[in-house]
Ligand binder design. Structure first.
Ligand SMILES: Nc1ncnc2c1ncn2[C@@H]1O[C@H](COP(=O)(O)OP(=O)(O)OP(=O)(O)O)[C@@H](O)[C@H]1O
Ligand SMILES: [Mg+2]
Length: 133
């Protein structure tokens, strides 16, 4: 079984590494090929946000267990500027950068569970889970 991995995010290439580690773990867990693509996309989005808005941080992928359910947990953490209005940031099309503003709301749709905690001046943590059907 692929181990839990903590990938530091400092450079563009680290986004690819986080995506690959997450995909490998999800594959071991038995997700379908379609789900692997969705999980990899969600990981890329939160990792890219770290690079773009915080500069650096980390992405952890781990096995999640809830009773008989098993799945993948992804935690993207940074100590960047934080998000002042989380509800706004979660809206489709809202971006303070040059993106389309679909990364966060899209990731929420791709995964089963999605939580975001953020404090201005302290940082942001996004926790996502997807359960093996
Ligand atoms: N880790 C973060 N730290 C600080 N602000 C963030 C972070 N992640 C997202 N945000 C804020 O939330 C907004 C929405 O993020 P989201 O990923 O949905 O869109 P985007 O990054 O602007 O564009 P896209 O992801 O579609 O290229 C961002 O524009 C930014 O203001
Ligand atoms: Mg984004």
């Amino acid at each position: 079984m692929s181990d839990e991995a903590c990938v530091p995010i400092n450079w563009e290439v680290d986004v690819v590494t986080a995506r690959q580690r997450g995909r490998a773990l999800a594959s071991e867990l038995g997700f379908s090929r379609g789900d692997l693509a969705l999980i990899a996309t969600a990981i890329s989005e939160v990792a890219r946000n770290i690079l773009e808005y915080a500069g650096h941080g980390e992405v952890t992928v781990a096995t999640a267990q809830d009773g008989r359910r098993r799945g993948i947990m992804v935690v993207a953490r940074d100590e960047g500027p934080g998000i002042a209005d989380i509800a706004l940031a979660m809206q489709d099309g809202y971006s303070t950068g040059k993106g389309l503003g679909v990364g966060l709301p899209g990731s929420r749709r791709l995964m089963d569970d999605f939580e975001i905690a953020s404090e201005v001046g302290k940082g942001t943590t996004v926790t996502m889970r997807k359960w093996v059907p």
